[in-house]
Design a protein around this ligand. Sequence first.
Ligand code: SF4
Ligand code: SF4
Length: 92
Amino acid sequence: MPAEAKPVHNPIRIDPEVCVKCNLCDWICPGDLIYKEEDNRETLPVVEYPDECWYCGLCQSICPVDAITIIFPKQMIQCKTDVTTLLGKVVE
Ligand code: SF4
Ligand code: SF4
């Protein structure tokens, strides 16, 4: 029996009522994860590779109308690992 596919976490939510389809989020995403048809002012951007997002927030900061909300996964919000373990020792 094939293993059940794990649901993909969508890292950003784009409010379709607010988005003005300006393409800026597509342009700025450093991983090129967001796709927006450049010449079509009717289509919304879509996250093509949701599991490759590293939650940098650039798409949210550049959006001129605040249409983007970052949705952090539970593992990130509930992370109990201490900062030194995550980032390494602080050198005085
Ligand atoms: S949070 Fe960063 S990596 Fe994720 S979709 Fe937005 S710009 Fe791209
Ligand atoms: S930056 Fe904001 S307004 Fe522009 S296409 Fe992306 S979500 Fe829409």
